[in-house]
Design a protein around this ligand. Structure first.
Ligand SMILES: *Cc1c(COP(=O)(O)O)cnc(C)c1O
Length: 411
């Protein structure tokens, strides 16, 4: 641009000023205006989105959990400044590692992403050529060993790296499966009791053959000790969801463990290219993940447990006198470790299937989502429900609606 052109542009600026000026004014005012505009809008209504009471689970399809105010505030504040993506990952990673007794940690795009990133790190190490080569595994250790009962869907994440899964049942089979191509031994916590091998056996297998071990504890943030238990135990990598029991952003998660493995895993994720380039977590959610974890660790879990018990008490007591029903409150040992009600009934006294009750609750006003009687891997009639994702007071609505539907179907 010649100097004259610059001057010409400058002199033209006031003319364009009408436009530019308006833009600036709009932007300056926008902070307040946007807030007002959002406050006046009901996006759920506007878009025709059904909202509901979640008496079910922290399942992905139900949008898992609701973020507490601290967490949403972290998102809002995080959106207000630029930072370097690596910087926020470094700093938050350090804090998470400290809180969870790990050498290092990073925020991932959920637990699934943590599984992919973690394995990618194991396979590539700090070799950037290998990072760019995946999912072509030539020249890399590329077999992951897991137990048959642990292969229930989430293990597919591991194949994103190009790795091959080797499924075993017994200790002998696992020993025999280990060879020079073995990259990792993977464990799914929720299937602990279904598998033949326990933590100690899995860990000593890894130690003996110098193969890294990884455990998936996606929705196992209760009891809270789980957040450091597996690091203390010696798993080289631990993967957990941020948006399930911990109530962080649904699209965030944590990968923690050995320093060299976390550093290697990060090479495949943003801001780097590599197979996890599409697993971007924005700075807002990285910060919110940290706040959610901190909150979860600091909170009074006994008090929270008591509120769950009280809420469950309201429901159980409201329907208890209805003829023909039976109620059993159980606590899944691992995964969704929270009071859960199994409600069933005598079909001669109440003419309704579990599936029908589930549908009627969903279609009522307000809609309520519960689990079918057989959801937690059980083959049972009736329904199951939990109270940990209810907002205060919603237990009364759930209790009232249950009673209404059970009485309506009573003969
Ligand atoms: C939900 C879940 C995942 C995936 O976690 P996201 O945070 O949704 O990516 C992985 N493993 C298990 C056992 C899960 O329950």
């Amino acid at each position: 641009m010649k100097r004259r052109d610059v001057i010409k542009f400058l002199s033209a600026a006031p003319l364009a000023g009408g436009m530019i000026g308006t833009g600036l004014t709009a932007q300056t005012v926008s902070a307040g205006e946007t807030e007002a505009a959002i406050a006046g809008r009901d996006l759920f209504k506007e878009l025709g989105l059904k909202t509901f009471i979640n008496a079910s689970c922290v399942c992905t399809s139900l949008t898992a959990s609701l973020m507490p105010p601290e967490v949403t505030q972290a998102i809002v504040k995080g959106a207000d400044e630029f930072v370097l993506l690596n910087d926020v990952l470094d700093k938050v990673g350090e804090k998470i590692a400290e809180l969870c007794h790990a050498e290092a940690a990073t925020v991932t795009a959920g637990c699934w992403s943590a599984l992919v990133q973690g394995l990618a790190g194991v396979m590539t190490g700090m070799d950037r050529k290998k990072v760019m080569q995946l999912p072509n595994v030539d020249g890399m250790k590329s077999e992951v060993i897991l137990q048959k009962t642990h292969a229930n869907g989430y293990h597919q994440a591991l194949t994103n790296t190009g790795a091959k899964l080797v499924i075993v049942e017994t200790l002998e089979e696992a020993e025999a499966a280990i060879n020079e191509k073995t990259a990792m031994l993977w464990f799914l916590n929720r299937e602990l009791s279904a598998g033949k091998l326990n933590y100690e056996q899995w860990l000593s297998l890894g130690k003996k053959h110098k193969v890294p071990t990884m455990i998936d504890i996606a929705s196992d943030a209760h009891p809270v000790e789980n957040l450091w238990k597996f690091n203390d135990m010696g798993f080289d990598l631990v993967a957990i969801s941020g948006g399930k029991a911990m109530r962080g952003p649904q699209s965030a998660g944590i990968l923690m463990g050995k320093k060299d493995l976390i550093a290697a895993a990060r090479l495949s994720a943003p801001p780097n290219s590599g197979i996890c380039r599409g697993h971007k977590v924005n700075k807002e959610e990285i910060l919110a993940m940290y706040v959610a974890l901190e909150r979860h660790i600091k909170m009074d879990h006994e008090k929270e447990w008591k509120t769950w018990e009280d809420a469950m008490g309201v429901i159980v007591n409201t329907v208890n006198n209805i003829k023909g029903i039976s109620q059993q409150v159980f606590i899944p040992e691992i995964a969704n470790h929270t009071p859960t009600l199994h409600l069933s009934w005598d079909n001669n006294k109440i003419k309704m299937t579990g599936r029908q009750l589930k549908e009627r609750l969903w279609n009522g006003n307000p809609g309520i989502e519960v689990m079918g009687g057989g959801t937690m891997g059980t083959k049972r009639d009736g329904i199951e429900l939990s109270v940990w994702q209810l907002k205060p007071g919603q237990e009364k609505i759930v209790a009232r609606r249950l009673k209404e539907e059970l009485l309506k179907a009573s003969v």
